[in-house]
Design a protein around this ligand. Structure first.
Ligand code: FUC
Length: 775
């Protein structure tokens, strides 16, 4: 009887708070790259496929970039800007666009239309493959492979000829090395041949006893050599025999083997060969246990800053991840655990694809740091009209603030290059960069007006400011103030007065990357004052004005901005159809369901549009989203999760999370959403793989649980009805607060806010505005 009551209670409640489920796991080896499991320490990456007889591990190094520094600015461009602006004043956008394409784009090959591997722009590329041939002959049973994101470790295990084999892989967060341990429960069972493979640009390949060393260099895109790279592999076998043969190391009859891997490039201003020798020498005498302990001690405290449990009726942890994806797409309410796993996977990818404590660390690129091709899609670069930004949307709220730093450093560097671009295109002071960059500091516009002529400098400043908002670090704010200010200096110097409205607007520009129909029936993309620019410039001016106040700088320039800001276009103009206008004119879009929703920049990441502070604009944003539709490429879906979260509609956010997690098995490239979703290894499918959707989706889940942009710490602002009960610890709110709480039946319980002791902070809890004492 007692048992029956317990079961009944179990059925009646919303679900159980189960332990965090932090494993991706599969019953079969990976057949395609998008099934392999990503490991990385921010510098190097490994993706094992777990094949039984011929395992291949895709290797990466985040600075593996071809190309070289180039000046792609057209220093004559400023001579045309007046004519372009005049044509725009006259409504001749098609002619203005032709002139932009002629005189206002980059010089030279630019990004090589996204195929810049051999151009000066270059591309991020695969490092190579570590290939194993194992000599298993019997039948294999009990096969399983997994990635434990709580430990940052992958494992393949199976039984062959009655012997249990285990392969463990991790990229250490302690020393910069990759580690593979091959073991079995019967002595003398470890037998394999191992070699390194890369089909281009290898200059030396040496096998010597238990070591393989390689080096080479990548084309600089100007007919010479650019980045130098090197790698070293070492096999340490227990028992058995080891010999080198041809390009391979062959191990027979060993009890166990440890494979160590180090890779680096000259990007870091060191000799990569010396570097890999030194990294391997630091670990070659360490036991696996010692290596593991040092790795865990560095990784786990960072990962464990946040925990998330969303209650489920029953755990689905025993279902393989690819099958869970399919089931989630049918009914997301049956597996809340997958939503929290996906959230934590985003945090895992952040920690794995950037190394904030390393000098010259790079931020995650379009693929994080994982690539299996030489010519990566869109050069695996840093696209600045949504993608590189989205890669950082979750870092602050998800308690990984220092993972913003490599991006912030990149912004500071590109700001220096961008002073040349401001001169070249407008003969203006300050700095500007356009919609893409690379590790070489590219700042010029792209090759074509329709996608290459939006400025990104203002949007990048959003990241500088948000980092301050969350950390409240005034020393940092002082450091970045000149970067914010000089970005504003550029806009102030170059904006023009729209003759119709009298507003100060950017010109020329585009609303990324959408176009419209002109009254003469022609299509165009180039305009003055697209809504996104109006919002970005307003936000930038506000942050300069506020920084000047906070830092007591008495900067006359910030005072001038106070009058300029009054002349800017409003952040939102509502169209006759009740939507947020994308341009100054109420044009008909060429693609009404375009993946970019740039005119809602003011809803997220900025905060001009809010159901609390500007409900009419929030209604217009809702209408805009309804017309734009839920579908889209991977990152577009992720952005829409955030939009609906900001509109406080958790059920709609969850519906789009369902679509973001749509099982994706193709890897072609499409723009309108066909094939978009999530690959079996939980990588986001644009398609092809693009990591922004992972980071955006993870940020979206956080935004459903906490928001702090409206002057309140708003708890559960967009809780889906399926997420009845749950518990979260360690989320961050603006003001440098750390927030833990539980919720039951949608109501917050057990709230704890850590921060400056004794302060009272405005909180919205269960729909009520209260002041909460910080502990
Ligand atoms: C932008 C987007 C594309 C793609 C590319 C890398 O140009 O419009 O969809 O994500 O970046």
């Amino acid at each position: 009887m007692k048992k029956l009551i317990v079961i009944m209670v179990g059925l009646c409640t919303a679900g159980n708070l189960l332990a965090q489920d932090l494993k991706l796991w599969y019953k079969n080896p990976a057949k395609i790259w998008e099934e392999t499991l990503p490991l990385g320490n921010g510098l190097i990456g490994m993706m094992p496929d777990g094949k039984i007889n011929d395992e291949s591990i895709v290797l990466n190094e985040i600075s593996m970039w071809s190309g070289s520094p180039q000046d792609a600015n057209n220093y004559q461009a400023f001579n045309s800007v007046g004519d372009i602006q005049k044509l725009l004043f006259e409504g001749k956008n098609d002619l203005a666009e032709a002139l932009v394409n002629k005189n206002f784009v980059c010089v030279g090959a630019g990004s090589g239309q996204g195929n810049g591997a051999e151009a000066p722009y270059g591309c991020f590329q695969n490092f190579g493959y570590l290939n194993f041939l194992f000599f298993h002959q019997g039948e294999t049973t009990d096969y399983k492979r997994w990635l434990d994101i709580g430990e940052a470790k992958a494992v393949t295990s199976f039984k062959n000829s009655g012997i249990n084999f285990k392969r463990e892989y991790f990229t250490s967060f302690d020393k910069n090395v990759g580690v593979v341990r091959l073991s079995a429960d019967k002595k003398k069972s470890i037998e394999f041949a191992m070699h390194f493979y890369r089909d281009q640009n290898i200059e030396n390949y040496k096998v010597n006893g238990n070591e393989i060393t390689i080096n080479g260099s990548l084309p600089d895109g100007k007919g010479g050599r650019g980045i130098k790279f090197a790698a070293k592999f070492m096999v340490i076998a227990k028992g058995g025999t080891l010999k080198d043969h041809d390009n391979q190391i062959i191990v027979k009859g060993a009890d166990e083997a440890l494979v160590l891997f180090s890779a680096s490039t000259s990007y870091y201003d060191h000799n990569p060969e010396e570097y890999v020798n030194s990294e391997i020498s630091k670990v070659e005498r360490s036991s696996y246990a010692k290596l593991w302990k040092a790795h865990a001690a560095k990784y786990e405290p960072v990962f464990n800053r946040v925990s998330l449990q969303i209650a489920d009726q029953e755990s689905k942890a025993s279902v393989p991840t690819d099958e869970r994806l399919k089931a989630f797409f049918n009914d997301p309410s049956q597996d809340n655990g997958l939503a929290s796993l996906y959230y934590q996977f985003g945090r895992y990818l952040t920690i794995s694809s950037s190394s904030p404590n390393t000098p010259k660390a790079l931020p995650p690129n379009l693929q994080g740091l994982w690539a299996h091709q030489i010519q990566t899609p869109w050069n695996g670069d840093y696209h600045l009209n949504i993608n590189a930004q989205m890669n950082h949307w979750g870092v602050e709220v998800s308690n990984l603030s220092e993972y913003h730093n490599p991006f912030i450093e990149m912004i500071k560097n590109i700001a220096k290059e961008g002073t040349k671009t401001a001169k070249a295109y407008y003969n203006a002071p300050g700095w500007v960069v356009y919609m893409m960059t690379n590790i070489w500091g590219y700042s010029a516009p792209g090759e074509h007006a329709s996608w290459g002529s939006s400025t990104a400098s203002g949007w990048l400043c959003n990241h500088l400011w948000e980092h301050y908002q969350f950390t409240k670090d005034e020393a940092y704010l002082k450091e970045i103030y000149p970067v914010l200010k000089e970005a504003a200096v550029f806009y102030k110097a170059t904006m023009v007065k729209d003759p119709k409205t009298g507003w100060l607007v950017t010109s020329p520009s585009v609303s990324p990357e959408n176009g419209f129909k002109l009254p003469n029936g022609k299509r165009a993309a180039v305009v003055m004052g697209p809504t996104i620019d109006n919002q970005i410039v307003r936000e930038l001016y506000e942050s300069v004005i506020k920084s000047n106040e906070i830092l007591n700088l008495n900067d006359e320039f910030a005072v001038q901005l106070q009058s300029d800001i009054k002349q800017l276009a409003p952040a939102v103009v509502v169209s006759k159809s009740g939507r947020v206008m994308e341009w100054l004119e109420d044009y008909e879009e060429t693609e009404p369901k375009h993946r970019h929703v740039s005119h809602l920049y003011g809803l997220y990441p900025a905060n001009f549009i809010s159901p609390i502070t500007s409900p009419e604009w929030a209604d217009a944003a809702k209408k805009t989203l309804e017309v734009r539709g839920d579908e889209g490429t991977g990152w577009s879906r992720a952005w829409k999760i955030l939009f609906w979260a900001r509109l406080h509609d958790g059920d709609h956010s969850l519906e789009i999370l369902r679509q973001l997690l749509q099982p994706a098995f193709g890897n072609s490239t499409t723009y309108q959403g066909a094939g978009a979703g999530t690959y079996p290894n939980l990588f986001c499918a644009h398609p092809p793989f693009q990591i922004d959707g992972n980071f955006g989706g993870s940020a979206g889940i956080a935004e459903m649980l906490i928001q702090s942009h409206d002057g309140y710490i708003h708890l559960l602002p967009a809780l889906p009805s399926a997420w009845k009960d749950g518990k979260v610890t360690g989320l961050k709110a603006r003001g440098n607060f750390t927030v833990d709480f539980e919720w039951k039946d949608g109501k917050v319980t057990n709230l704890k806010i850590k921060g400056k002791k004794g302060t009272e902070v405005p909180v919205i809890k269960n729909g009520e505005k209260i002041n909460f004492k910080v502990s």
